[in-house]
Design a protein around this ligand. Structure first.
Ligand code: GLU
Length: 407
């Protein structure tokens, strides 16, 4: 008999982490690989944040802290929510975990009973449905194709809600598409949610600061204050401060939920790293002006990638509002044949071809719930991005035969 629990058969390994690991492995054996798989900025963590961590070490902040965050970090988070989102929280409405990922996991584990439904617009970040499944809930996937800007409409949300719905998960700007909900888009959703008091909203705002052009970020409880007492506003320092490895995510929400999430964390991992928490205090309280140059760099990279991908035969790439991802369609390559004689049947075949033929690592769309697409993370140098897009152009031009119409 297997040692493994039944729940394990409900989930898959994380595709984003798998691609990142694969790219690292191939690089380590000397292959010429350009990794566009990881959702991780290439910038170094700013010095003022690193210095705060060094000081924390020197000051002996190396012991257990409160399970769900130090008072100093909670205060910095409270100030951040006030400053950026006009949201008021008290310390007992704030929780801090080991990355946004743990915060989301705690929330789902603390609230889902078997069979409870969670509405998830697709394309979604790979881990949402699997976390729901681990917590014995049922993901209810709402298809949001490129023609709809990868966004869920009020009508779609209304149709997806049942008496069993516990949560809807929103993520703007989105991983993997970069699509951002305008205030009007968001209002269309909050108007529906106001009518369904049994539905809670989990909003993953991890890419809040990474928006381009004249797009303005908004979050659920800010757009519809009446929803605040059933909204969990999740955020973190990983992407905006280039602190992926430090593992600090946080959320603001109603006391009862925050307390329950702390209970789960207290019986699993206890506090997030004390040193990382001290660094996060500085990240949130410190001078935010460094971000302007990062945002400009990301916007320039986005334009470069969108432009070059749209020159590829068989690829169509929408221009997203934020995050550091593009989510092009490779429908025009499905049915074509590679120089090795393999027919590209799926987006997974397509990304495998890019890796094998051109040493390019990116993530296939099926992992995010919408095919045939693929995700490119453009959080890397312009030079690498130019080379990567040239390789994709070459790979596409080397395909032969006709594309097959895909539904
Ligand atoms: N969130 C990032 C990504 O989508 C990091 C990897 C992960 O945790 O999924 O690539």
């Amino acid at each position: 008999m297997s040692i493994l629990a039944n729940r394990l058969s409900r989930i898959k390994p994380s595709a984003t982490l798998a691609v990142t690991a694969k790219a690292k492995e191939l690089k380590a054996v000397g292959k010429d690989i350009i990794g566009l798989g990881a959702g991780e900025p290439d910038f170094d963590t700013p010095d003022f944040i690193k210095n705060a961590a060094k000081m924390a070490l020197d000051n002996g902040q190396t012991k257990y802290t409160n399970v769900d965050g130090t008072p100093e970090l909670k205060d910095a988070i409270i100030a951040k929510f006030q400053r950026d989102n006009g949201l008021e929280y008290s310390r007992d409405e704030i929780t801090v975990g080991t990355g946004g990922k743990q915060v989301l996991y705690n929330a789902l584990m603390a609230t889902l009973n078997p069979g409870d439904e969670v509405v998830i617009p697709a394309p979604y970040w790979v881990s949402y449905p699997d976390m729901v499944l681990l917590a014995e809930g049922e993901p209810v996937i709402v298809d949001c194709p490129a023609e709809a800007g990868f966004k869920m409409t009020g009508e779609q949300l209304e149709a997806a809600i049942t008496p069993k719905t516990k949560w809807v998960i929103l993520n703007t700007p989105s991983n993997p598409t970069g699509a951002g909900y305008t205030k009007d888009d968001m209002k269309a959703l909050t108007d529906v949610l106001v009518k369904h008091p049994h539905v809670w909203v989990l909003t993953d705002d991890m890419y809040e600061h990474l928006v381009y052009g004249d797009f303005t970020f908004c979050t659920v409880a800010e757009v519809e204050p009446a929803l605040k007492d059933r909204t969990l506003t999740v955020n973190g320092v990983s992407k905006s401060y280039s602190m992926t490895g430090w593992r600090i995510g946080y959320a603001g929400g109603p006391k009862e939920l925050i307390k329950a999430m702390g209970k789960i964390q207290g019986q699993s991992t206890s506090n997030p790293s004390s040193v990382s928490q001290a660094a996060a205090v500085e990240a949130l309280n410190g001078d935010q002006s460094f971000m302007k140059a990062w945002i400009e760099a990301f916007a320039g990279r986005r334009d470069l990638v969108v432009d070059m991908l749209n020159q590829c035969d068989g690829i169509e790439c929408p221009n997203p509002e934020g995050a550091f991802y593009v989510y092009p369609s490779c429908a025009g390559c499905i049915g074509k044949t590679t120089p090795d004689g393999k027919v590209i049947e799926t987006d997974e075949d397509f990304v495998s071809y890019l890796l094998e033929a051109e040493g390019l690592a990116c993530v296939h769309g099926e992992a995010f719930g919408l095919s045939p697409h693929f995700r490119i993370s453009y959080a890397t140098s312009e030079e690498a991005l130019k080379a990567a897009c040239e390789r994709i152009q070459k790979a596409c031009a080397s395909l032969s035969g006709q594309a097959r119409a895909v539904a």
